[in-house]
Ligand binder design. Structure first.
Ligand SMILES: C=C(O[C@@H]1C=C(C(=O)O)C=C[C@H]1O)C(=O)O
Length: 135
């Protein structure tokens, strides 16, 4: 979703352009003049960047798992493994002060995307061959 789409979602009913313009000028004004907000947003930006890099690494690993599974004829999804991951992550979230329900929703969302990729790999023998070539 684009930034404009997100702003439109947060400000339903706003006229065309008006919610986006109001949000942009509000954001700029506050973050420029309040040092705590600017510092916290800078930290949030770093964390968001780290999340993107971590997710990219995770998808690189799952891509290889998908190629391997397709090459040896394993099914794309492994519900038993997913159940163990969800239970583990719920526990970690609880210890870390993160809502376990949110952690479960997040990992379920990510895994669904991985399975979609694995299904595509299973349907494409050339892509599946990649992991065999790399071995
Ligand atoms: C990556 C795998 O494939 C699928 C995706 C998973 C994930 O993203 O963690 C876990 C289990 C599988 O449903 C795997 O089997 O390890």
């Amino acid at each position: 979703m684009t930034g404009a789409a997100n702003r439109a979602r947060r400000h339903p009913g706003g006229g065309r352009g008006s919610a986006a313009e109001a949000a942009a000028s509000y954001d700029d004004g506050v973050s420029d003049t309040h040092p705590d907000l600017a510092r916290l947003r800078s930290s949030i930006d770093n964390i968001d960047a780290a999340l993107v890099h971590l997710l990219a690494e995770r998808f690189k690993a799952t891509q290889q798992v998908g190629e391997l599974k397709a090459a040896i004829g394993m099914p794309p999804a492994d519900p038993a493994r997913e159940e163990r991951q969800i239970a583990r992550l719920r526990g970690l979230a609880d210890e870390a002060g993160l809502d376990p329900q949110f952690a479960e929703k997040f990992i379920t969302f990510v895994i669904a995307e991985v399975i979609r990729h694995h299904e595509a790999l299973a349907a494409d023998p050339d892509a599946a061959q990649n992991s065999v070539d790399r071995a």
